[in-house]
Design a protein around this ligand. Structure first.
Ligand code: MN3
Length: 215
């Protein structure tokens, strides 16, 4: 059983003008394909073959840099495409679980956005900004990770279940935005699939509740 590059859930030009078609083609067809192929190669004929990507990431400190970089790249981009959409509006639906969590934690959506933007622009070099669910409290928090790391990994400074992620590698935005990462973050906020984020939040909270019940 091999890891398979997922199709984009929309057309390559669907996120224009926020993310351009050429960037989407290179990002999905070259970068994400590359991580997928190299991950398959790294786990081939090892005891990781047949394990889920989540199982691998949770114990990533035990595995090689190849598995860490490409396993992270495979998972992170698979999540990224799912939480983007050309037609989901720029705010979570009023009364949805995600809207309630954001309001409770950050007071106002604009505060959330500015905290997330700080994490995304403050990540030095390549990496990701995340909104996660805390595995102990079920609360949400913002964090960032370098390279292709993510909060599922046991090496992450702040561990949690990612429900929203933004790729801040230059390959994600340089063609259109060059060095203007803050503009790219603003554009991202116009194309977040809040329905998908809400779904991920509810699934993560169910997972946390089941783990708490099992202790
Ligand atoms: Mn990328």
């Amino acid at each position: 059983m091999k890891f398979i590059l997922p199709d984009l859930p929309f057309d390559f030009d669907a996120l224009e003008p926020y993310i351009d078609m050429k960037t989407m083609h290179i990002h999905h067809d070259k970068h994400h394909q590359g991580y997928t192929d190299k991950l398959n190669k790294a786990v081939e004929d090892t005891d990781l073959e047949g394990k889920s990507i989540e199982q691998i990431l949770k114990k990533i400190s035990k595995y090689s840099a190849d598995v860490r970089n490409n396993g992270g790249g495979f998972y992170n981009h698979s999540l990224f495409w799912q939480i983007l959409s050309p037609d989901n509006g720029s705010h979570p639906e009023g009364g949805s679980a995600i809207e309630q969590h954001i309001t409770r934690k950050f007071g106002h959506f604009d505060n959330f956005k500015s905290e997330f933007k700080k994490a995304a622009t403050g990540q030095f070099g390549s990496g990701w900004a995340w909104l996660c669910v805390d595995v102990k409290m079920g609360d949400i928090f913002i964090t960032s990770t370098p390279n292709q790391d993510n909060p599922l990994m046991d090496v992450a400074d702040f561990q949690g279940i990612p429900i929203l992620g933004l790729d801040v590698w230059e390959h994600a935005y340089y063609l259109k935005y060059q060095n203007r990462r803050p503009d790219y973050v603003d554009a991202f906020f116009e194309i977040i699939n809040w329905e998908a984020v809400n779904h991920r939040l509810e699934a993560a909270r169910t997972e946390v509740a089941m783990e708490q019940a099992a202790i």
